[in-house]
Design a protein around this ligand. Structure first.
Ligand code: ZN
Ligand code: ZN
Length: 406
């Protein structure tokens, strides 16, 4: 047992910071949160000296197996290399304060089992298995003249399936392999070679079949989307998690809010791709598409906020650009309030992942995933953009994974 004393508890639920809070952790779970001193004979007492204590951060759009930027090369790497690199990427994410991440293509149940067995220290994983893509879709990494079959190893983020029967089978297989939800590529993308951003991907019949399969399994669909037309279509077909949304317009944002969707903008990745994508091996046909979506990024945040469309925190970085994960906080701060951004990475994220009460909060019964911050993110959320530098202590599943409290 651990007893955290004298914390300033930043509670994303109430939106307040409460000094003089005490938290009792038993095993991997929060037992008690109190504004009066707690007593426990067996607990180790840790004085936080008035520092900010908040729930561990949740990144709702990552690719932990994408250790290099060129996804076609990534797709044929040996599984062992991909797995060890993924463990390193997740360790770094955890050290930036992300105690949970939702992987949007590639991570497997086996990686989660390895985490549970303590084979690596890293973020808690929520997964979709392989993302579904149509032939010549965003998940079809084959170039113009490539007639080989799509790679199927751990390094391949997506699987190609065409037609209602095939997408149903693909959903069922990913669910059998341990997917928590289903991911589908429903629009053109940057990192793929042959599909312009404007392409609509998958017919409505296929999208509706995918949504039906997910709902039968009591889960939901997340879709890769940029253009207003593609987003409107996805909302109409029952998709709940709207990834990126850079080119969304007010009417569609309102319709999405009404349908109960959650959008997951990922603005830092376009900034990173612009600045270093080409030098890190992003192919020229992809570099040419970056500004089609990057330039609309901040405007999309305003549009979604004004429409009342809930937003969760996401980053979508690849390869060596993962180190920029925390920058998303300062980009969003140009448009959104600190509390909106903090909630996007805690309570809203927990709702999206359907893990409410377990993550994103510090409350009895929740997993003991929390971070200690030097500074007050409610006053200036941009301090979180400095990542591990401002986080002297990190607790995940009731265990200190970093402890530099002096
Ligand atoms: Zn995407
Ligand atoms: Zn992505």
């Amino acid at each position: 047992m651990i007893l955290l004393e004298n914390a300033t508890f930043l509670d994303p639920v109430s939106g307040e910071a409460r000094p003089g809070t005490h938290v009792l952790i038993e095993g991997d779970t929060v037992r008690e949160v109190s504004d009066r001193p707690l007593s426990s004979a067996s607990a180790e007492r840790v004085d936080l000296g008035g520092r900010t204590l908040m729930p561990g951060l949740i990144d709702c759009h990552v690719h932990v197996v994408a250790a290099i930027v060129n996804l076609s090369q990534q797709a044929v790497l040996p599984d062992a290399l991909v797995a060890f690199r993924a463990a390193g990427i997740m360790r770094d994410m955890l050290m930036r304060g992300f105690t949970t991440v939702r992987d949007l293509a590639g991570a497997t149940h086996a990686l989660r089992v390895a985490w549970e067995e303590g084979l690596y220290t890293g973020s808690r994983l929520n997964i979709c298995g392989k993302a579904l893509s149509q032939t010549n879709g965003h998940g079809d990494g084959r170039g113009r003249y490539d007639t080989r079959h799509q790679p199927r190893g751990l390094g391949a983020l997506c699987r190609v399936a065409d037609g209602v029967d095939a997408v149903r089978r693909a959903c069922r297989e990913e669910l059998r392999h341990g997917a928590d939800y289903i991911k589908v590529m429903a629009n053109g993308g940057v990192a793929s070679p042959t599909d312009p951003i404007a392409y609509l991907q998958y017919s409505e019949a296929e999208l509706r079949a995918i949504v039906e399969e997910a709902e039968m399994a009591k889960t939901y669909v997340a879709a890769h989307l940029y253009t207003d037309e593609a987003i409107a279509r996805a909302v109409r077909c029952g998709v709940l998690s709207l990834e990126h949304c850079n080119l969304i317009q007010p009417e569609t944002a309102k319709a999405a809010a009404k349908a109960g969707c959650i959008a997951v903008p990922t603005l830092v990745t376009y900034q990173a791709l612009k600045e270093e994508g080409a030098s890190l091996g992003l192919p020229p046909e992809s570099v040419a598409k970056i500004d089609d979506v990057r330039l609309a990024g901040l405007r999309s945040l305003e549009t979604m906020r004004d429409a009342g469309l809930t937003m969760a925190f996401g980053t979508d970085l690849l390869g060596a650009m993962h180190r920029r994960q925390s920058e998303e906080f300062s980009i969003r701060a140009e448009v959104l309030s600190p509390l909106e951004i903090i909630r996007s990475a805690t309570t809203v994220a927990a709702r999206l992942l359907r893990m409410e009460g377990k993550i994103g909060v510090i409350a009895p019964g929740a997993w003991a995933d929390m971070i200690v911050v030097d500074g007050d993110p409610l006053k200036d959320v941009r301090i979180l953009a400095r990542g591990g530098e401002v986080l002297p202590a990190l607790i995940q599943a009731g265990r200190f994974v970093k402890r530099e409290l002096h």
